[in-house]
Design a protein around this ligand. Structure first.
Ligand code: FAD
Ligand code: DLZ
Ligand code: SF4
Length: 516
């Protein structure tokens, strides 16, 4: 008889996950299951599914090499019933455990399932806190309680103080400033060649998974060929070390830059590794701080990078658990438009959107500014229904899990939460994209024009958005400037901009909900 059945989910691939703490190899069994329900609750990019399955299989092998018994159910096992709950139930009848041990999941949807297991399984189920984050949900709630507004910058400073990252012994921030963001908004010089990123050739296990995924999920949005993701903690760390050496020193300078055909630039491309548990956020921050202390990277890069993980990543997770489940249904700007078809096909004359969608299809990756200021900005300005936008983001990126995807989309990109997460909508005209990229020089549209047929659609859409949401935005001091500019325009100019925006939106093809 098994003492503890330790159920490990596909984004819990960390050796120090609470599920595995206190494991007795003589009497405990680790359960891991590949299930259709998880691969299809949204139609994930095939590269994400391949990454998760291959990383799970490698992790199972590593545990077995330690002498731990792993009961691993593959997707093509003929007895596999296809869901976490059903597979756990089947495993309970196989192993007859005294108890089940799990770590809390990253998604509300799965948390609800877990809460039902206590009754359904007929044995005690222990749900442990996920301590792989630097701030627990209960600590975040305490921090949030009583505050009028929840702002990342305040939270981040608190996190710096309590973790000690980039702090001097006298309690002041390293370098004397908390935040070096103003030094982090440079465009990329045209002649600057960007560093390579470390990829990994698929081994036999990954090849087997790629075959399975091609057969079962080849029809999902996204290319499977060219799979080069790390699928073990060791390789994920090697990819991260490569970033520290070759890209981190310029991460700060070019964090917001975009270049046609160059998806990664100076970013780390480690989101999928962190979120699946292959990399530990604390170790990553520690390594980056060390690079600064050793003189290998400047402070603006190191602070900017640590802020993404210690600040944004933790803040986003805190908001998710604080505000769910209602958060998923917020729609402060009453956006109802279906998702334009080009999000799935990439077929658009807008060079910025074509590039972001096409690299997303190829690599299941886009960096933050592409997600926020190109695909996110367009969805915001066009008034696309948040449910449709969330589906897209959750489906197309290798690092997407609802705890991190939802607040980024709902709060940061769409302002659908009415300002819980961001102090104003991240709305921008083509001018911003032109400043931060070389897209516009490669586009059929003219970024300098506003209302003509060849004018950049972002320009008219921006003013259409401001005019349409005037009432909702009027009380926001950070929107005072664009609202004043709108008021200074002649009624004819406003009408012409709005008509250009409407005509453009009418000319698009849209997807029916559920079509993808
Ligand atoms: P880098 O730029 O190198 O940053 C390093 C790390 O910092 C990232 O890997 C990530 O772990 C963390 N980070 C940076 N920004 C954020 C942020 N806003 N929220 C949380 N963590 C952050 N991130 C996801 O992990 N999963 C998602 O599903 C996701 N969806 C997003 C949707 C939208 C609309 C937006 C605007 C952002 C989203 N992000 C998401 C945040 C961010 O874009 C990605 O974490 C980042 O692009 C991953 O690439 P990277 O590893 O090269 O990041
Ligand atoms: C993303 C994903 C996929 C595609 N497949 C599996 C799976 O078959 N088995 C598994 O344990 N986990 C998978 N995952 C990750 C889960 O979706 C994730 O653990 C939950 O969404 C909770 O965050
Ligand atoms: Fe995008 Fe407008 Fe620039 Fe074209 S001109 S790339 S649509 S911002």
């Amino acid at each position: 008889m098994t003492a503890a059945l330790r159920f490990l989910l596909g984004d819990q691939l960390s050796r120090n996950i609470p599920t595995l703490c206190g494991l007795d190899p003589k009497s405990d069994v680790v359960l891991m299951v590949e299930v259709m329900e998880e691969a299809t609750y949204v139609r994930h990019h095939p590269k994400k599914i391949a990454f998760v399955f291959s990383a799970m299989r490698h992790f199972a092998e590593e545990l077995r090499a330690e002498g731990i018994t792993v009961d691993y159910v593959t997707l093509d096992d003929s007895d596999n019933i296809g869901s976490f709950t059903d597979e756990l139930e089947r495993a309970v009848s196989r192993h007859k455990p005294e108890r089940i041990v799990v770590t809390e999941p990253g998604e509300w949807r799965v948390r609800r399932m877990m809460d039902g297991w206590r009754e359904a399984m007929g044995v005690p189920v222990k749900i442990l806190d996920d301590d792989r984050f630097l701030c627990r949900p209960a600590t975040f709630t305490r921090w949030a309680n009583g505050r009028k507004t929840l702002r990342m910058e305040h939270f981040y400073r608190e996190m710096r103080r309590c973790t000690g990252f980039l702090m001097e012994p006298d309690g002041t921030p390293a370098g004397g400033k908390w935040n070096y963001d103003t030094e982090n908004r440079n465009a990329l010089p045209e002649d600057l060649s960007v560093p390579s990123h470390l990829g990994f050739a698929p081994d036999a296990t990954t090849q087997q998974v790629l075959h399975l995924v091609a057969e079962r999920f080849g029809h999902h949005f996204g290319d499977l060929d060219g799979f080069d993701l790390a699928v073990t903690a060791a390789d994920a760390w090697a990819a991260f070390e490569h970033f520290v050496t070759h890209a981190l020193p310029s991460f700060g300078d070019y964090q917001d830059a975009m270049r046609l055909g160059e998806p990664v630039l100076y970013h780390a491309r480690i989101g999928a590794y962190l979120n699946a548990g292959l990399l530990d956020p604390e170790a990553v921050c520690g390594r980056v701080e060390q690079a600064w202390r050793d003189g290998d990277a400047p402070l603006n890069a190191v602070e900017g990078f640590i802020r993404q993980i210690l600040g944004w990543r933790e803040f986003i997770r805190g908001i998710y658990w604080l505000k769910m489940p209602d958060y998923a249904a917020t729609n402060a700007l009453s956006a109802t438009r279906p998702l334009p078809e080009f999000y799935w096909t990439g077929e658009t004359d807008m060079a910025c959107l074509r590039d972001c969608v096409s690299q997303t299809r190829k690599q299941a990756y886009a960096h933050h500014i592409q997600r926020l200021m190109v695909t996110g900005n367009f969805a915001l300005l066009a008034g696309v229904d948040p449910v449709a936008v969330n589906y897209w983001y959750l489906a197309v990126y290798a690092d997407a899990y609802e705890w991190v995807e939802l607040p980024n989309v709902q709060g940061m990109a769409l302002f659908a939460d009415g300002g819980v997460l961001a102090s104003k909508p991240y709305a921008a005209s083509g001018k911003y994209i032109d400043r931060m990229s070389n897209y516009c020089g490669n586009c059929r549209y003219d970024v300098r024009k506003q209302t003509e047929a060849e004018a950049c659609p972002f320009n008219a859409l921006y003013w259409h958005f401001i005019a349409k949401n005037r009432e909702a935005l009027a009380g926001n001091p950070r929107m005072a400037m664009p609202l004043r500019s709108l008021d200074r325009m002649s009624p004819e100019k406003v009408a012409s901009l709005r008509s250009r925006a409407r005509n453009f939106l009418d000319s698009l093809k849209y997807t029916e909900p559920g079509a993808w």
